[in-house]
Ligand binder design. Structure first.
Ligand code: HEM
Length: 455
């Protein structure tokens, strides 16, 4: 027997038919998650498509999700091009999401503590108080509340206080506008560049820069004066700037310091808004969630130990919502070299969608995948544990750095919201509309009525 491996015959990669020039834009814009599932079902784990004259490879399914975490995946894919527009717009040279390899590791090491669950250790009750304040301000009894917007204010309040030491509520509108334009035009590229010339965007961006300058000034004033255990994300980033200026040069500070808002605002706001819908839409789920949250807060202050374990139904509802309403339907990458995936040749420089959410919608992994079933995640079913089947926080080296922080933030916010407020949908038959830009999630006009206070 020869010890030399036989070359594997390459497969011809199917091409998704599309309209002249716009290609597959309509399918993608309408429902990207469904579009990728349809492609996977029709063509298998790899196909080629075009959007607005640009050619893309789609790698999808558990095969692609698992590939992101392999050595071959790490060596074959990079994120730079996807984030380059945002980096340039800030006059920066690099950001965490756009780096790979050693330089990515350096940045992730600097920010690991600040973004970790540790950053809210001992502060759960403070998070509850911030959430209560946001509800008092933005969720008045008797009113119809635009849920995504109200959640955006809540998130800035929470992340601002916990991660950066101050909640810049007067900048929320500017942060929202800047992120909206940047994500739409420069990151997901669903809107034309000309929009960045609009005065509305320019004004908002200038205000975000002003906020960034304030954050730098605050961090500078604190540098060297605070105890290591009191350092927050901003302190760590500033210390890196002083101590390793080659890794964190001056021109990268603003984009890095205002990063928590880019990373957390839309993601958490869209997800929590979707959870409001799914829980209210399913009365049997709502009853279970209310019983749990009433028991949790009956004793007053929240005990941090094992918080999520005390809320199995809410946790199931959160995980199920993140499966069915993923904010990151696919991850965008560029091929760093020629490589073969599932028998298909991918060429250096090709732009790639990694459809990690495709398995979320497959009956093979989630029987009756379209059904909202909060008990899927309990043992022995544990349907999400099949390798590659569940990726709401992404996969591989860029897996969400704020994941465990977000898990606590989301669980505690939702627990408090359902404990405090008696909410109802417009009608039991109400079906929530969704949006795809800049991030997939509930439409901005999704509203719920605050019928009264429960506690
Ligand atoms: C519903 C909540 C959230 C979801 C679903 C989510 C999802 C994701 C996903 C899918 C990625 C990977 C992007 C890629 O590979 O291209 C990511 C990256 C990241 N997320 Fe989150 N995220 C959430 C909340 C947060 C929060 C609250 C923070 C912190 C404030 C955060 C911080 C980050 C950071 C810093 C990265 C970049 C990691 C890297 O590039 O190494 N995320 N997130």
């Amino acid at each position: 027997m020869s010890s030399v491996a036989e070359p594997v015959a390459l497969r011809e990669t199917p091409v998704v038919p599309g309209l002249p020039f716009i290609g597959s834009l309509l399918g993608l814009a309408k429902d990207p998650a469904q579009f990728f599932v349809d492609c996977y079902r029709t063509y298998g784990p790899v196909c080629r498509l075009s959007v607005l004259g640009e050619k893309y490879v789609l790698m999808a399914g558990i095969e692609a999700a698992n590939f992101l975490g392999t050595r071959e995946g790490k060596e074959s894919l990079r994120s730079k091009e996807f984030w380059a527009g945002l980096v340039n717009e800030y006059g920066a040279t690099k950001i965490l999401t756009g780096e790979d390899g050693e330089s990515h590791k350096q940045l992730r090491d600097i920010m690991r503590n600040g973004y970790s669950k540790e950053s809210i250790k001992g502060r759960y009750n403070e998070l509850v108080a911030i959430t209560d304040g946001a509800m008092k301000r933005d969720w008045p009894v008797g009113k119809d509340i635009p849920v995504v917007e109200a959640m955006q204010y809540m998130v800035v309040d929470q992340l601002g206080t916990i991660l950066t030491g101050a909640a810049p509520l007067e900048y929320v509108k500017d942060i929202r506008t800047t992120i909206l334009y940047i994500l739409n035009v420069l990151v997901t590229r669903q809107r034309p560049k000309i929009l960045l010339k609009r005065p509305q965007y320019k004004k908002a961006k200038a205000r975000v820069f002003e906020l960034g300058e304030q954050m730098i000034a605050n961090a500078k004033a604190r540098y060297g004066k605070i105890k290591p255990e009191e350092r927050n994300l901003i302190d760590d980033v500033y210390a890196a700037h002083v101590e390793q200026p080659e890794v964190m040069p001056e021109n990268n500070l603003i984009v890095t310091l205002t990063g928590p808002y880019v990373a957390g605002l839309d993601t958490v706001a869209n997800t929590t808004a979707a959870i409001v819908y799914t829980v209210l839409k399913h009365p049997e789920v709502k009853a279970r969630v209310l019983a749990e949250v009433d028991a949790l807060f009956a004793e007053g202050d929240v005990d941090e130990d094992g918080l999520l374990k005390k809320l199995p139904s809410l946790q199931g509802a959160i995980m199920e919502t993140m499966r069915l309403y993923p904010i990151a339907v696919a991850q965008m990458r560029t091929a760093t070299k020629d490589f073969v995936f599932e028998g298909h040749q991918i060429k250096e420089g090709e732009m790639i969608y990694i459809g990690t959410s495709v398995p979320h919608f497959m009956d093979e992994y989630y029987p009756e995948a379209r059904k909202f079933d909060i008990d899927r995640y309990q043992k022995p079913r544990a349907e999400h544990l099949k390798a590659g089947a569940y990726s709401p926080y992404g996969r591989g080296p860029h897996t969400c750095l704020g994941k465990s922080l977000a898990e606590v933030q989301i669980a505690l916010s939702m627990a408090r919201l359902f404990y405090k407020l008696d909410l109802e949908l417009e009608s039991p038959n109400y079906v929530m509309k969704t949006k795809t830009a800049p991030t997939p999630g509930p439409a901005m006009d999704f509203k719920v009525r605050v019928k009264g206070l429960r506690h």
